[in-house]
Design a protein around this ligand. Structure first.
Ligand SMILES: Nc1nc2c(ncn2[C@@H]2O[C@H](COP(=O)(O)OP(=O)(O)OP(=O)(O)O)[C@@H](O)[C@H]2O)c(=O)[nH]1
Ligand SMILES: [Mg+2]
Length: 328
């Protein structure tokens, strides 16, 4: 008997194949299991999905044993996204989170002040974004666990000191990332890479723009990289350009915020549902409750629809700011 899989199922399967982490895979598999047509022709496949799920859950339990140094690099994700801050010694990495997050990293006028990554939460409008301060990137040494922390980030802030040849600093950073098989990319380009490589969106930040001659150095730095990357001067110490920086961070994360409402009630605009750009009504349902996906019949939408309260199907792509009423 043919399996007769629906387009929704095939789409869910594609998401499963694209999932990078075990929790992401589990989430995608849950959707597949919920929406797979339940008839004789899919019996075998349903069995396979079940055992795959069991294996994934086992994998999640069986955390590999890691050394203490490596453990320090295992930063629990919190908030809408995780952004990792990278730079050479003394570039001012720790000065930034001390000012724009709830965490405080030690700031020192000497290099190698920061010895392990320190997460903090940065508020942007109605969102909390995690910013992770890190020990400096070194030329000849990488702490175990550091490459993984970077690879798993949603985006990077590459920070250079404008008082000390910023173009050269950035070239070193990019080279070190290359050695970890990480490709920093700008807003638009997501190149296809060889197996084992990851590409991560990055913002180039020139710090210490308050210092003498820093803006001259910034001009050169900007001219050198502006075709490919978003670039911004800041002063972590004096608090210059923080609002622009936060906006740039949100832009590069490739996420959207939508809001759900119950019929007859207003949406709570303080509680966004955070989704990847390109997500559908079905993804909205999944993020509210996994059982909703199978039961979902249609949604009504305010915002990107042709008119307020337009009825849309589960594969409708939602946009930033949409208000969505799910109907079961
Ligand atoms: N003028 C100026 N100095 C800054 C600025 N940001 C940081 N500094 C100074 O740069 C030095 C290093 O700052 P940190 O924030 O500790 O730098 P870091 O990159 O975390 O250093 P490591 O942890 O050692 O890698 C300190 O003396 C800071 O006061 C800035 O915006 N302007
Ligand atoms: Mg530091």
């Amino acid at each position: 008997m043919p399996a007769n899989l629906t387009p929704q199922y095939l789409e869910a399967e594609l998401k499963f194949k694209q999932a990078k982490t075990t929790p992401e895979k589990i989430k995608a598999l849950e959707v597949m299991m919920a929406i797979i047509p339940k008839h004789k022709g899919t019996e075998k496949l349903r069995g396979q999905l079940k055992s795959r799920m069991a294996k994934l859950k086992e994998e999640l339990q069986k955390r590999p044993t890691v050394g203490r140094a490596e453990q320090a690099y295992n930063i629990k994700r919190e908030g809408a996204s995780q952004v990792v801050l990278l730079g050479l010694p003394n570039s001012g990495k720790s000065s930034l989170p001390s000012q724009i997050t709830n965490a405080s990293s030690e700031v020192g006028h000497y290099p190698f002040t920061t010895q392990k990554p320190i997460p903090g939460m940065m508020k942007f409008e109605n969102l909390q974004i995690q910013l992770v301060d890190t020990p400096p990137i070194q030329l000849d040494h990488v702490e175990p666990g550091f490459p993984n922390l970077i690879r798993n980030a949603d985006a990077l802030l590459l920070l250079v000191d404008l008082t000390d040849d910023p173009v050269f600093q950035m070239e070193i950073l990019l080279e070190e990332l290359d050695r970890m098989r990480i490709k920093a990319v700008g807003k638009d380009s997501m190149p296809s890479l060889e197996v084992g490589w990851v590409s991560l969106r990055a913002i180039f930040v020139g710090n210490k723009c308050d210092a003498k001659n820093a803006m001259g150095a910034y001009q050169k730095f900007e001219n050198h990289f502006k075709d490919d990357f978003s670039i911004l001067p800041i002063s972590a110490r004096e608090g210059m350009n923080f609002e622009e920086l936060k906006k740039e961070i949100y832009q590069i994360l490739n996420i959207i915020r939508v809001y759900t409402k119950i019929p007859g009630k207003e949406a709570d605009l303080a509680e966004p549902v955070i989704l990847k750009k390109g997500s559908t009504v079905e993804d909205v349902a999944l993020s509210v409750h996994k059982d909703f996906v199978a039961k979902l019949r249609y949604a009504k939408i305010w915002g990107s629809g042709k008119f307020d309260g337009q009825m849309v199907k589960r594969d409708y792509r939602v946009s930033e700011g949409d208000v969505i009423e799910l109907h079961m």
